[in-house]
Write a protein that binds this ligand. Sequence first.
Ligand code: NAP
Length: 335
Amino acid sequence: MAAVKIYRWGFVGAGGMAQALAADLEFAPRCEVGGVYSRTPQTAQALAGRFGGRVYASLEGMLADTAIDLIYIASPNQLHYQQAAAALQAGKPVLCEKPFTLNAAQLERLIGLARSQGLFLMEAMWTRWLPLQARLRQLLGQGAIGQPLQLEAGFHSRPPAAADNRFYNPSLGGGALLDLGVYPLSLASQIFGRPAKITSTVQLAPTGVDESFAAQFSYQNGASAQLSAGFDGVRRQDIVLRGSEGSLQIALDQGGWKQRQLTLTRGGRSEVFDAPYLGSGYSYQADEVVRGLEAGRTESETMPLAESLAILQTMDALRAEWGLHYPGEDELQML
Ligand SMILES: NC(=O)c1ccc[n+]([C@@H]2O[C@H](COP(=O)([O-])OP(=O)(O)OC[C@H]3O[C@@H](n4cnc5c(N)ncnc54)[C@H](OP(=O)(O)O)[C@@H]3O)[C@@H](O)[C@H]2O)c1
């Protein structure tokens, strides 16, 4: 019997998110931390010390190592484009943290590169593979609420307000839309597709990035979505989707967008579905990457590249309305 292949992940960045995924790879039996490169060697060593893997002094060193099967980008937002491009140019498949890139023009280039190289590329929109989301897609596919018509979804938190952290710093691609808003936008996209009309209000922080926003999306078929995000500490405990025959309510775990319970209400009766997740919920996207690589696919069917691109185009449109432009985002030259 052929040995089962174990995929050795090369981590770029070793901060909070990298550590969370590294911990959850325990639940993805075909995956392990193969290597780590981070700006500060000590941070990389700390991750490798806990979860294994070789520490590299340079990104190029890790990309050149044939023992590394794929690259996971978990660096600050403004670095995703160049680092993902370098990985693809080196012939490695890529899973890239959200926001995929700062803007749609960057992602368009990355998609072109991945296609020309015949390599797998995916946005780490991990919530799409939570067991609850699979249940949601199944219920919607069965017409459990008839035609979906109204979505209310928001993601709010309260990070430290220091100008030098990634949340508020425009040079690090900060702001609530790219950090949090991408989740409700992605959910709306999954349910309704591309909006026909967008209106929004924004609260800008003194650093110029969006501290919070609220947007109303309208769709060709008459459906609508009210979406919001903010570093404002607003507590939202659920996502609500109303349809022509019933409604769905998704309970959010405190302080995040983790989802484990869904209530279907139809004809005056409610039914509760529990869909717990393993660890912090990040291992399911790793399984999706493995399925894609094993099948020789170059993208995920659940999070297609064209959809990631459409979401970034919508984010670009919102930022254009707000006059929010990131330093260096127009530099498309791959290094
Ligand atoms: N999916 C999710 O739920 C989720 C949650 C949080 C964040 N994220 C995303 O994950 C990414 C990282 O966020 P985070 O919270 O982990 O941030 P973080 O804690 O600040 O970690 C960022 C890491 O990248 C390293 N880094 C900085 N510059 C680098 C460079 N030039 N090359 C390589 N590494 C570099 C940092 O520096 P040192 O090496 O100096 O330590 C640090 O280890 C962001 O894009 C964010 O949007 C996703």
